[in-house]
Design a protein around this ligand. Sequence first.
Ligand code: FAD
Ligand code: SF4
Length: 502
Amino acid sequence: AGRLILILGDQLSMGLSSLRAANRACDTILMAEVWDEATYVPHHPKKIALVLSAMRHFAARLRAEGWRVDYVALEDAGNTGSLADEVARAMGRHGTDHLIATEPGEWRLMRQMRGWPATTLLPDDRFLADRHGFAQWADGRKGLRMEHFYRLMRRKTGLLMDGDQPAGGQWNYDHDNRAPPPGALGLPEPMAFAPDAITAQVLDMVERRFGHHFGDLRPFWFAVTQADAQAAFAHFIAHALPGFGRYQDAMLIGHAFLHHAVVSPYLNLGLLDPLDMCRAVEAEWRAGRVPLNSAEGFIRQIIGWREFVRGIYWWQGPDYARGNVLEAHRPLPAAYWGAPTSMACLSACVAQTRHHAYAHHIQRLMVTGNFALLAGIDPHALHEWYLAVYADAFEWVELPNTIGMSQFADGGLLASKPYAASGAYIARMSDYCAGCAHSPKVQSGPRACPFTLLYWHFIARHADRLRRNPRMAAMVRNWERFSPERQAQLQTDAQAFLAALA
Ligand code: FAD
Ligand code: SF4
């Protein structure tokens, strides 16, 4: 008998290592929609629909290319709801005793699958840095900095290199990428796709089964095939990439996407290839159609940040998820699930998340993440929220971004300083504050911006730790220069706000 080839929901790549090892003539591919995977956190309905529809389209493509595919749908009679049991059932059905799979993208499944009998796990080589190589690089260093890793990846791939020098003479053009929000006129929009018959069926099923989860299922406009994902990416290059760098950090009410690519869901499912994308972006710059700061900024996100956080995830092991060095224990406020809040910025980011299962990086880092950091929200509760609500959320990428970058819960392993900012930052980078019940200009009382109150509360409560951080010490000194009256007022106002939050 042939072997069974298991393909998971985020392994939808024709070049996957398990597919390369398979024999079309005698092996059978198993794909299974299982209840356990759909419910270990309450995923956004759009995310569930995206994954299931993309899986069904991928199975159809494999069949069209001559593969034998055994596809277990979520509502099939006899579906046990667990991946291990579906694999065991399929082994019996096909009378085979050998399973081949590409390594999964999270520790939870990795630990399960390593215990399965007669299973060959192949490396997931859809990344530029293999996880063992990353661990070797990381083990030998005192501090990990993304920038060092990124330069290594630039040299390795040759992207934006002129010989052994970085194109344009600098490695990183981030300082050009902090423009305040552009006008709303003429903003690009990501490419949207009308649901086909397969997607329509998935949407009805998701509505029945998961309609009660946080998030709007419709309108559903994500790409669910490689061809459509590639078209969406080409659309980004033509319309949004030129302004990508400059407006990367800006936030505008009612405009969720600005100049962002909105490709992380496709990339993380395997519908797009990271290196192909970066080469296409470099070609645009070489052809003179986009500025260098945009091309470099985009490539850095993909070959720098995306690969760096993945390396840290596997290198640190499953306990990384429990990091909480700042000892933050407050429960996640109901506002994250859509309860009304007086903070216009938080309200806008959550509403947009509910609607699109999407928020761009600065909204995640400097609004929802920053608020949780300042207010001392339990990082693990926040991690489960991010994992649930974003269409692109898979643990290998979401967890280090949350625990490390956004919450500093790993004590500075991933980020050199906490991404803590007062209301002044949000006021500069967005138009949220104009319609808010609070104001960053008001110094005390209920109209004062909670971000600013909590910022000083955060600096004060972690002063001993932050004083030792060269990038934070000046802020501690600022706090210490405030008059005792001002300090007392800020503490009283912040505590009143936190008490009301509970
Ligand atoms: P763009 O801004 O257009 O960037 C292009 C691409 O670069 C993205 O598609 C993404 O693949 C990559 N990228 C950019 N920044 C990062 C980063 N910090 N880490 C990894 N890749 C990056 N990204 C996810 O893919 N899944 C997640 O679950 C996720 N959770 C996050 C949680 C928090 C708290 C934070 C601060 C960031 C998180 N990110 C996550 C990173 C980033 O916010 C998203 O990748 C990005 O917003 C996706 O939108 P986009 O495709 O429009 O990105
Ligand atoms: Fe957010 Fe403060 Fe601005 Fe209100 S005033 S939108 S709470 S930053």
